[in-house]
Design a protein around this ligand. Structure first.
Ligand code: WTA
Length: 632
């Protein structure tokens, strides 16, 4: 069992993990229930793309999340559900109760004909049945694909069609602050273009009216009473798909990241335990949504694999007031709190009065994830939430990595504001320059790559091996390219500087510029568009859209609203541009490529050094764009 308890131990384990990964991972993996042990710990490499962890072994994720704890800790609280409305009752599940619920859900799925190898899409609010439902899939060997409940019908349909999913689990609606999101209605619209989906299971939550299509749609509560409390876990191969999760990339189509069973299981459990230094009575709260990878690894699998208590929160940080997070921390005596910089910045902007009402005395460790945290937000978090006594783990990782890669180990690694600090044992980061040469020595700055396979890594983009190779393994042969830039200081501590590709990180959500451009270009008066990020005080980055129109726009407000509506329809409100600029042209190279570097600089308001513009096809356009930007 790996439990890093001191910095010397960190260093020792780090060396072991690189020199002898077999021994390192054998040690760790012993803690799980295996139906059959592995032949080898890891085979394959980045060249062949055939990486396998624990090949030959058989296991089951849900059994390791639940059954494994029943004997000794069956009555320990596994899940606390905190509803959107603070007046509504909290629901708690012990490990035994959660086990029963997961088995029942698995039996409902079976009753609807779902079997090993099927892909079940979830489009739900943050209610227990989402967590229960995805674990139920792992129990019967079906893969889950969770689509964030804020995505539009079109985005949901794209994600269902891409993996040929035949089953959808959804809600009538979901509560978010003062709003009700009509999930079933959106799902119905999506399903008009998904003929393969013959099976829709609807979990009642908001009681809004929904239409139910005969044979295709069933209420969960209609089947639930007729199923049994137990369901045997199916034996899965280590490399069987556990789930698919879509991320935006730098081209239009979202990428279905494929995660597999045994490697991900080890990575989720190991990273949570060590980074956060949890012990068995801790109450762990990650505020993410299960629609994102953070909610998969650090609300669902990581905490349950470790047998601790995880909190699932349905609502939003600012409703009914901006003290909600802190009220929940006190109410449930949260020991570990993990959130995103954008949430910290937005709560910081609301003033301290919402924090001061709450004692926050139970907190031991704070975490952040999703985007670079600025120093001011880090200091605010440290002083006002952690009372200068809780280590902050600034955890860098990605949907593709499955779990945390670079992060302090709470209370053990020295923290520096804005630094994700050091790689976890098992992770070998490399910085490369533009030519692809590795930069050795410190300090250094370059593109961040990883040298060796790790258990939690994505095994592919669903149905598109070529894109998988091109996106991650072709820029720097032999290395995994993260798409991020990073700096390393004199002591080898890493600071992530942000994306270096055409991906914008808005409030911790990855949005591909091409996806937004595709949506904007559907407007009949738009000839061409280019989308870049710009610095935003709360969201980290906002979306800046440059658009060329066919005619003069008479009423800019109406035009802007039409564009926002289009984006809502195509992607969802998270992709709404903060700034739209109409321009007569875009800076292009002689080969017709848009020079985004210039557009980014203008959007950032930094036009002092635009570099060489003389090679542009249309250098005059730059001045016009700068002038236009000043008027926004
Ligand atoms: C960014 C979220 C700086 C980064 C887990 C990465 C971060 C992308 C950090 C992945 C951090 C995540 N500091 N940047 N601590 N954590 N990022 O796939 O650009 O939603 O590539 O996974 O978020 O976002 P994703």
């Amino acid at each position: 069992m790996i439990r890093i308890g001191s910095f010397t131990e960190y260093e020792r384990k780090y060396d072991q993990s690189i020199e002898n990964p077999q021994e390192f991972w054998t040690d760790y993996a012993e803690k799980f229930i295996w139906h059959k042990k592995w032949d080898e710990v890891c085979t394959g490499d980045f060249e062949t793309l055939g990486v396998q962890w624990f090949p030959g072994a058989k296991t089951n994720m849900s059994e390791n999340c639940l059954d494994i704890h029943l004997d000794k800790r069956g009555d320990h609280t596994a899940l606390i559900f905190e509803p959107n409305d603070p007046q509504e009752k909290t629901i708690k599940y012990t490990y035994r109760e959660l086990h029963t619920e997961v088995c029942r859900f698995a039996n409902v799925l079976k009753k609807r004909g779902i079997k090993k190898g099927d892909i079940v899409t979830f489009y739900m609010g943050m209610i227990p049945e989402l967590l229960i439902g995805i674990i139920a899939c792992t129990r019967i060997g079906a893969a889950h694909s969770v689509v964030f409940g804020g995505f539009s019908a079109k985005a949901l349909a794209d994600r269902i069609q891409d993996c040929n999913s035949t089953t959808l689990v959804t809600n009538d609606g979901s509560f978010r602050g003062a709003k009700i999101i009509p999930l079933k209605a959106v799902a119905d619209e999506a399903l008009t273009s998904c003929p393969l989906v013959q099976n829709v299971i609807v979990v009642k939550r908001t009681n809004v009216d929904v239409s139910m299509k005969d044979y295709r749609d069933v209420w969960y509560h209609d089947i639930y009473p007729d199923v049994e409390d137990d369901c045997p876990p199916v034996s899965m191969d280590s490399e069987d798909t556990l789930f698919i999760l879509y991320t935006s990339g730098s081209t239009g189509k979202p990428k279905g990241q494929v995660h597999t069973t045994a490697g991900y299981m080890n990575w989720a459990a190991y990273t949570l335990k060590n980074v956060f230094q949890v012990s068995k009575n801790d109450i762990y709260w990650c505020t993410a949504d299960i629609g994102w990878i953070t909610g998969h690894t650090y609300i669902t699998y990581g905490p349950l694999l470790n047998g601790i208590t995880t909190i699932m929160f349905e609502g939003i940080p600012t409703w009914p007031d901006p003290g909600r997070f802190w009220a929940i921390c006190d109410k449930h005596e949260v020991t570990h709190f993990y959130t995103a910089p954008t949430a910290i910045r937005s709560l910081q902007a609301m003033g301290l009065s919402f924090v001061e009402k709450h004692g926050l005395g139970s907190l031991k460790v704070l975490g952040t994830v999703g985007e670079p945290i600025n120093e001011e937000a880090w200091e605010w978090y440290n002083k006002n939430i952690g009372k200068n006594e809780c280590p902050i783990v600034d955890t860098w990782w990605q949907t593709e990595t499955g779990g945390i890669m670079i992060s302090p180990i709470a209370g053990i690694t020295k923290t520096i504001p804005t630094f994700a600090t050091l790689p976890l044992p098992g992770v070998e980061p490399v910085l490369v320059d533009k030519k692809g040469e590795e930069i050795e020595g410190n300090p250094a700055e370059g593109n961040l790559c990883i040298r060796n396979p790790w258990p939690g890594m994505t095994r592919g983009i669903y149905g598109d091996e070529e894109r998988f190779r091109n996106t991650y393994f072709s820029a720097y042969p032999g290395l995994y390219f993260t798409g991020d830039g990073a700096r390393r200081n004199e002591d080898g501590f890493y600071r992530i500087t942000g994306r270096v590709d055409d991906v914008i990180n808005v409030s911790g959500h990855r949005i591909g510029t091409a996806e937004v451009e595709d949506a904007i270009n559907q407007h009949t008066s738009i000839v061409e568009s280019a989308v870049v990020g710009y610095p935003h005080d709360i969201k980290g980055q906002g979306i800046y859209a440059y658009v060329i129109c066919t005619d003069d726009v008479d009423d800019f407000d109406i035009f802007q609203k039409e564009l926002v509506d289009l984006i809502n329809k195509q992607i969802g409100p998270i992709a709404k541009p903060g700034k739209i600029q109409i321009t007569k042209g875009l800076p292009k190279t002689r080969s017709g490529k848009i020079m985004r570097r210039i557009l980014r600089k203008v959007a950032e308001g930094d036009t002092s050094n635009l570099g060489d513009t003389s090679t542009l096809l249309n250098p005059d356009i730059v001045d016009e764009i700068i002038k236009g930007a000043n008027n926004i």
